[in-house]
Design a protein. Structure first.
Length: 451
């Protein structure tokens, strides 16, 4: 009678899936439990479990996680010379793995940003005791419960490690070791202290404070700045609205500007006074005034206020026949709407996007122009016999092809012959294709500008 062979059927129960920013890693749970006081080997791992997908999710770098998982599987920690040492240390800190576990071959690579005088063999004994799990106590992982939020917490010593974590020093925390001072402490040589080195991070902390003060202003000044931007933007919008309303017919054949001349003059004077004061203040505080006058937005501001002063001065010295020229200068007041781009980061981003993709857009519109010339010339020779009224010449045909390729289609000019209609349909299809090409280009440039 043949001997019955029993196969293991519960291997799926011990297999887990780790989803690191969309990239999935599969390993056995017993492999992670070799280091129970690290994040992946402790009970804290359950907090990252996604019941709907039956996997553990971590919003970390999937590329660096390969070295983290290799440490659990092989017991050896390596790093790549192409990776940022600071980023690699951040990953080690997150998963609760001290840097003393790093192998000798990768020690100098991972510590290239630090001036360490100790040879990696100094920590050979400590790395040998990694399987004894003297790494990170369980309470070290308590601050990860609210990951993604800023916390400041000092965890008391849990027997082997002390962690100091603060908002201002999160990016400057690194591992340092305490040398044994006597024979009694040699038996505790596996102690690892996670602290900040005040000498090496003093300059970084000062620079961090400087950047914080520049980016994060006090609440009062920030609130005042927001209020000023709101009022200034309101003045710009009201000035454009007033410029628009004065062209409406208040009476039959009479514009509102003529009926309410004094009212619009006072409103325009108030708006120009505010814009002039703001422009002069910025000009006076500018250190490089030549560069200030060459700036595009400053030129827009100047064009928005100059027409008022030109009209005010010249109206005293010119006759009524030249008033038309002065009224024409009032068209420049519409440029005030461009002043809104100064306080709007989104509008500035749009302008930068258009500037960055200008080369690609010019090429596409050059192709668009070639299409207009091609279809316009063909339609002229096809329609000139049976439809001479609409297609008198090639320039007349260009109007039809331009309107058709822009998918506007006024309908004032249409082909009558069958071949002309077919060519008109092809012209419309080509126009749709060419007009849709700039959209993904602008979207990609917008993402680059945002980054």
């Amino acid at each position: 009678m043949a001997k019955r062979v029993h196969f293991r059927t519960d291997f799926k129960k011990h297999r887990i899936v780790l989803n690191v920013s969309g990239r999935r890693f599969m390993t056995e749970k017993t492999c992670l439990q070799r280091y129970p006081h690290t994040l992946l080997g402790s009970e804290m791992l359950a907090r990252f479990f996604d019941a709907s997908k039956q996997e553990y999710f971590f919003d970390r770098d999937p590329y660096l996680f390969r070295y983290i998982l290799n440490f659990y599987q092989c017991g050896k920690l390596h790093s790549s010379p192409d990776d940022c040492p600071v980023a690699f240390k951040d990953e080690l800190d997150y998963f609760g793995i001290p840097i003393c576990a790093l192998e000798d071959c990768c020690w100098y690579t991972a510590n290239a940003d630090e001036k360490t005088e100790q040879h990696p063999s100094h920590y050979a004994v400590r790395r040998a005791s990694m399987k004894a799990v003297h790494t990170v106590p369980a309470n070290y992982l308590a601050w990860k419960n609210n990951r993604g939020t800023k916390i400041r917490k000092e965890i008391r010593e849990g027997g082997s490690i002390k962690l100091t974590y603060s908002d201002s020093s999160r990016n400057h925390v690194h591992l340092s070791r305490r040398r044994p001072e006597n024979t009694q402490r040699k038996k505790d040589d596996n102690f690892v202290e996670l602290t900040r080195d005040a000498n090496s991070t003093e300059d970084l902390s000062n620079r961090h404070k400087c950047e914080t003060n520049c980016r994060c202003r006090p609440p009062k000044s920030k609130l005042a700045q927001q209020a000023f931007n709101f009022l200034y933007g309101l003045f710009i919008i009201l000035s454009v609205v007033a410029t628009t309303v004065e062209t409406i017919d208040c009476e039959e054949g009479i514009k509102c500007l003529v009926v309410y001349t004094e009212l619009f003059f006072v409103l325009d004077a108030i708006f120009v006074a505010v814009f002039t004061l703001e422009f002069l203040i910025r000009f006076g505080l500018s250190k490089k005034r030549c560069s200030f006058m060459k700036d595009f937005f400053n030129v827009i501001d100047l064009l928005a206020i100059l027409p008022y002063y030109i009209a005010l001065i010249t109206s005293q010295f010119v006759d009524t026949d030249s008033v038309t020229l002065l009224i024409t200068l009032r068209v420049l007041r519409v440029s005030r709407i461009m002043k809104l781009t100064r306080g709007s980061s989104r509008l500035q981003s749009l302008l930068y996007t258009l500037r960055n993709c200008s080369t690609d857009l010019l090429f596409l519109y050059f192709t668009f122009t070639l299409g207009i010339l091609l279809f316009g010339s063909v339609l002229y020779y096809v329609e000139r016999v049976e439809n001479p009224g609409n297609f008198k010449s090639i320039p007349h045909s260009l109007w039809y092809t331009c309107v058709t390729m822009m998918t506007t289609g006024y309908g004032d000019v249409v082909p009558l012959t069958t071949i002309g209609k077919i060519i008109g349909g092809l012209c419309c299809v080509c126009g749709v294709v060419i007009m849709s090409l700039p959209i993904p280009i602008m979207q990609d440039k917008k993402v680059e500008v945002s980054r």
